[in-house]
Design a binder for this molecule. Sequence first.
Ligand code: AHR
Length: 501
Amino acid sequence: MPDAKIDILLDEQIGTINPNLYGHFMEHLGACVDQGCWVGPNSKIPNTNGIRDDVAAALNKISAPVIRWPGGCFADDYHWRDGIGPESERPDRINIHWGNVIDDNHFGTHEFIEFCNRVGAKPYFSGNVGSGSPQEMRDWVEYCNFSGNSTLARERTANGSKEPFGVKYWGVGNENWGCGGNFTPEDYATEYRRFSTYLRDWGSEPNYLIACGPNGNDLDWTRRVLDKILNGFKPFVPPIHGLSAHYYCGTAGTDLVYSTDQWYELLWKAIQMEQLVVEQRELMDEYDPERKIGLVVDEWGTWHPPTPGRNSAFLWQQNTVRDALVAALTLNIFNNHADKLVMANIAQTINVLQSLLLTEADKMVKTPTYHIYDLYQPHKGAEAVQSVVECASISINIGGEYYSLPSLSCSASDTGDTLTLTIVNCSHDSPQMIEIRGLTSNFTSVLGEALHYPYGDIHSHNTFDSADNVHLKTLPETDFSSGSNVYQVSAASVTRLTFTR
Ligand code: AHR
């Protein structure tokens, strides 16, 4: 008897999975930029023009589609002119949000664009609304995107790039309900109107302007911001193409020390993302039934308590199999709601929060979360199809209240040639035998690949001394032609099954 069933509804297409759902976020925070991707051209650490070769290659390998920069909270205290021109003339500024350290601005607009080009990712800039001006942001757009003969375009050429950067994605502020200026929804909408009026389309593609959305699933913020932007200034309606929400999974133990209960608690918190996506989109649909405004989740991930011995302002944390399951559950949710989302950016890429990469001097490790991004690559750009999971639920006690966590999660996508299933088994100790239904006889064999780590150790992680403790492993090919459609997944696992037609 199987423990669970997954029905693949091949005819029920959800939508194309936008590759940008697998996006990233890099802030001037701790060692994300400085020492993370940037070491400067004079460093002994292998680099090209100051950009770490190992980091650029690792992100290139997973085809990172888009990277958001320079914040986060940092963005609303960042003045882009500080980060252009000769290094020696760039000012030292205090990073007021993240430890009051001095930022020498050696990594600025040109360096970030070069980093994106090396990775093969599109840039997504967060503009400064909190302490900046519409003119400052408008000038940044012109500097980056104008191909004609203006003073700012000539300045960009003098700084090394005759070719415009073609930056499409522009965030109009970050968390403007908090660190981005502590605005009320109505006041932010009024600022949004002012800023967006001056952000013109000088690129090869029109700008995609992203307004600040809610903290978590705060429906009140979304309703009031959208109401004001779309109805409050009529007949003028400011251009708006996206609305960004942020959701972090809160504390359940620490990065490395957690009980079995805390394992489940964090996984349960992770799947609350689904409610956010469904309810935020439902509310947006009231204002925008044709879905011309895209829902963006441009910050998400695990946020553990400060790691002892580290500067707590730098948000450094280790990354275990538990973080990998959070990533896999979340990406399954994104795939299953591909019709509702246009972009998502895990926080953050290197050395900060749920990072994909950790660096220390000349060493770099790929975290378990990195391997999930690698494993899930075939979903990008494929057509998401419905999968229905029947499985046991795990009862969880959080602060005296009981909640239910489905023991399995799945998402499926189809390219026409191949069908990809990604399956997460949340049970910390029980493998599950799954009956997979709905596949036509066109599918014969299945290739499996899974996150692999020392047996039974749900705290497994990679360190600079043991960088391959957690990695991806190819599983033996299974024959499905005999009518057998049962597959066993390990406990606490993430498995990708690839069916070829
Ligand atoms: O990612 C860390 C911080 O979390 C970001 O700067 C901010 O936008 C959010 O609160």
